[in-house]
Design a protein around this ligand. Sequence first.
Ligand SMILES: Cc1ncc(COP(=O)(O)O)c(C=O)c1O
Length: 334
Amino acid sequence: MWLDKNENADPAMLDLAVRLVQSLDPRQLLLYPESGALYQKLARSLDVTPAHLVLAAGSDGVIRAVFESFINPGDRVLHTAPTFAMYPVYSKMYGAVTCPLAYRRSDHGPELTVEDCIDAIKSCAPKLVCLPNPDSPTGTAFDPPSLRMIIEAAGEAGALVLCDEAYYPFYEHTAVPMVKEYEHLVVARTFAKAWGLAGLRIGYAAASPAVAALLHKVRPMYEVNTLAVVLAERVLDFEDEMLASVRRLIAGRDWFTSEMSGLGLRTLSSHGNFLHVAFGERAPAVHQALKDMVLYRQDFAEDCLKGFSRFSATTVERFKPIADRIASVYDVQS
Ligand SMILES: Cc1ncc(COP(=O)(O)O)c(C=O)c1O
């Protein structure tokens, strides 16, 4: 099992992807992408206009486009730490000076307050604030009023905010409606997580039409390929199935977390499709026991998550053998 990259590990979403692919007309492969209908359909589902949207190769494509459009060498970029790996990478690639804002270690997991963010915006004076909400790998999220305070502070400082919602709707709140209020806000979304289509490489930015127009300037002639356009357009008809899958994965995440707590292990709750558990001094025995069964992130270098292993969420059924194997380590050794 691959539970190391926060893909969608729900077998029902795989079935849906298979059905969608089987419904494809192979002749579409001969054609250049026609993305107009997808822009319209997405805009309707998000209650924005097509002018608010830019398709890209996943959230990653959106993040890169934002750096490409807005960041010149020497500009300051504020990002949380740890966070999605590409924020520091693109900061370096585009010559930015970074202000990493570190999560503190606490009893209930990585911690960062709104005040921390606002203070950092004031002291860093960044051109860009990168804020995955929920963040990864921490699984933390700001609620809508807190997010609004951060967006307003960034606006006052003249910064653009990139709110990365890769884990929507595992975390149900969204900043998308705020792009109609704030010209300095870009929201990145993806079909990789909840929609189960990580390999298709399609996502999109929602932003004010003025900012979306700037992002369009740096996009390739065809921002996404024909298969991505056709499949994304079709999968949008299956929102109920996607939401049911999200509920199943959240149930699996929470079940596994409570099983691990039941073994006396420290766990962290997360707003994404993943969870953290600290195996303590028996970690090497657990890693050995799970070696032929599941891939997961074994540990973190950053202080706020040191000692925790991260598993992407799957269903209760698929988590059960993993939980049993872990329990057997503690049974044998206790
Ligand atoms: C916070 C965050 N943003 C973006 C991504 C990348 O998403 P995509 O596959 O859509 O590029 C990830 C993937 O793990 C992520 O955790």
